[in-house]
Design a protein around this ligand. Structure first.
Ligand code: SAH
Length: 213
């Protein structure tokens, strides 16, 4: 679990790149500056951890590109102690960013292997999500709802209704929508029945898969 001055230097460079690409939220940039992304990667890719790229992780999944993590995190407008639901723990990197921003993070992953690895890694690097769940993110986590915001980190063919239902009024749901290519979508819950929708351009994610634990 080594994190060296060299890693820190590479992280500072990554943060500069993210600023150049338009990320302005200071708490997002601070978190990225702190988190040892190389520890979320398989050994063969660790040398590339601070490039602004996605990489393969186990179970045929990917760790999202830092820009994508930063972009989604910024859209959430995280405040300290916000209760956030994440769908797709994956490597745990996005979870760690949100925890470091001061959020209480609840995260769901449907691949057992990834669920276990992330759960193992967090305590070693002092990251403390509120709750990690193994299961189907389409259903959300009704017993812990409502959430201040919800982030989906896989490409969804549609917006799962349970996730909308589990959002507080005023809350934000950030979800990449689409099959081949996804449009980053932000839903803001205006009141009990109404949601405001904003779209933010194209991204590419692995698919959000249903009911295959
Ligand atoms: N935030 C992660 C992204 C991983 S890729 C990271 O940066 O590492 C998306 C993740 O969503 C994968 O791990 C995949 O297994 C998971 N996933 C896909 N469908 C899911 C579902 N229905 N419920 C929960 N997790 C799901």
């Amino acid at each position: 679990m080594e994190d060296t001055a060299k890693h820190q230097g590479l992280r500072n460079q990554l943060v500069s790149i993210l600023k150049q690409k338009g990320i302005t939220d200071k708490s997002v940039l601070e978190a990225i500056k702190k988190i040892p992304r190389h520890l979320f990667l398989q050994s063969g890719f660790q040398g590339h951890a601070y490039e602004d790229k996605a990489f393969p992780i186990k179970a045929g999944q990917t760790i999202s590109q830092p820009y994508t993590v930063a972009f989604q995190s910024q859209l959430l407008e995280v405040k300290k102690d916000h209760k956030i639901l994440e769908i797709g723990t994956g490597s745990g990197y996005q979870t760690a960013v949100l925890c470091t921003m001061g959020a209480k993070v609840f995260s769901i992953e449907r691949q057992k292997e990834l669920f276990k690895e992330a759960a193992n890694l967090f305590p070693k690097i002092n990251i403390r999500p509120k709750h990690l769940s193994f299961g189907d993110g389409y259903k959300g986590l009704p017993s812990y709802a409502p959430f201040d915001s919800i982030i989906v980190t896989a490409g969804a063919p549609f917006i799962p209704q349970p996730l909308m239902a589990q959002l507080k009024v005023g809350g934000r749901l950030v979800i990449p929508l689409g099959e081949e290519v996804q449009i980053m979508t932000l839903l803001i819950r205006v009141n009990d029945t109404q949601f405001e929708k904003h779209e933010f351009g194209e991204f590419r994610f692995v698919p959000l898969l249903e009911n295959k634990n």
